[in-house]
Design a binder for this molecule. Structure first.
Ligand code: FNR
Length: 354
């Protein structure tokens, strides 16, 4: 992973590297996501007779080979000319879900086609920012359904755009010429062939989410959940899953590390719907820590971008394979056959004891 990250860093234009790697404001939430995992240790169970571990997981009715999903991230063609097509192919081959970003540089129909080309039952979920104009959201949903996406992921942690100091310093505000947010092309209100800017809306509420659910039969996953009361509400409202996320430290800089927010969310959901987590997951130990604390699966954002920038489809495949192999290894070392054998008491804080 470190090798791919270093290679990506050396290959990427510094402005694009800063866009991918940066966080909001003083980048505290960004740093804390990784640091919080480093502050936790795993207590293995011994002589458990578990045998070889399995990383397989069933999620929203689909059988996945790994509990590590691909988080939605914008603009993959800035990392590699094959862009989202490479990411989709690697995710499908790895037997995991690609959460395709609404802010992709490839239209969702092309992304799902690339995934299905590798594996007919590939799972692609569509990430959505609810747009202030209902007809725009409705058209995006229609396109995701027509493309064969199997779930919608509504990102709710972004009532406004995050303030990214690195991008401000670099003057990076728009896609360079030759690239476009392809899902935003030819939507209601755009001139033919033109794209609409993605809007954030601070006025969104649970009522908008209910209206979305009336538009579609696809399961709706809520991303950006940190408060346990919001998690409980998501389950009450009939959402399909939640993602504990602080947007990779790119929105509220004072947000807690996601692994620290996870236990209260898991308690509030009380097993009613799956809880996913993203933010700072870099190793199999991080994955197993999140699973032991009650996550059904995790997602990775920046590691996929490093793999993509370094080696295209092969690099993304390498990131996903490495995380799956490490997860299986750590599960075995913890005496667990799978996630169900793990318990929260196996996660302990590291600390210096006198
Ligand atoms: C993101 N993320 C994101 N989330 C989302 O819902 N829609 C999006 O378009 C994007 N775009 C995006 C771009 C970049 C460059 C990054 C780094 C992140 C957030 C993403 O889904 C996820 O929450 C974090 O990336 C997880 O943290 P790690 O794995 O990057 O530490």
């Amino acid at each position: 992973m470190r090798e791919l990250r270093d290679k990506a860093r050396s290959l990427l234009d510094p402005v694009i590297r800063d866009f991918y790697e940066g966080g909001a404001d003083s980048e505290t939430a960004l740093a804390e996501n990784e640091r919080a995992f480093a502050r936790l240790a795993l207590l293995p169970r011994i002589l458990a007779g578990a045998g070889q571990a399995s990383t397989a997981v069933r999620l929203l009715g689909a059988d996945l080979d790994t509990p590590v999903l691909v988080a939605p991230t914008a603009f993959h063609r800035l990392a590699h000319p094959d862009g989202e097509v490479a990411t989709a192919r690697a995710a499908a081959a790895a037997g995991t879900v690609l959460i395709a970003s609404m802010a992709a540089t490839t239209a969702v129909a092309e992304v799902t086609a690339a995934a299905r080309d590798v594996r007919p039952d590939a799972q692609v979920w569509f990430q959505l920012y609810l747009q202030p104009e209902p007809e725009v959201t409705a058209e995006l949903v229609r396109r995701a359904e027509a493309a064969g996406c199997t779930a919608l992921v509504v990102t709710a942690d972004s009532p406004v755009f995050g303030r990214h100091g690195r991008d401000e310093r670099n003057g990076f505000h728009d896609l360079p010429p030759g690239y476009a947010a392809e899902n935003m092309r030819d939507l209601p209100g755009t001139p033919p062939g033109g794209t609409r800017p993605i809007a954030m809306s601070p006025a969104l509420s649970w009522a908008d989410l209910r209206r979305l659910r009336e538009l579609t039969r696809l399961p709706v996953v809520l991303k950006g959940v940190l408060h346990p009361a919001d998690a409980a509400r998501a389950a009450d409202e009939g959402l399909a899953a939640v993602v504990v996320s602080n947007h990779g430290g790119r929105q509220l800089d004072a947000a807690p590390a996601t692994v620290e927010a996870l236990p209260a969310v898991v308690a509030a959901i009380a097993g009613r719907i799956p809880v996913l987590l993203d933010g700072g997951v870099r190793t199999g130990s991080d994955v197993v820590t999140a699973l032991a604390l009650g996550a059904t699966a995790v997602a990775v954002g920046r590691p996929v971008l490093w793999g993509l920038a370094a080696e295209g489809e092969d690099g993304v495949a390498r990131v996903l394979r490495t995380l799956r192999e490490q997860t299986a290894h750590v599960l075995t070392l913890c005496g667990a056959r799978d996630r169900a054998d793990l318990a929260p008491d196996q996660v302990v804080a590291r600390g210096i004891r006198e």
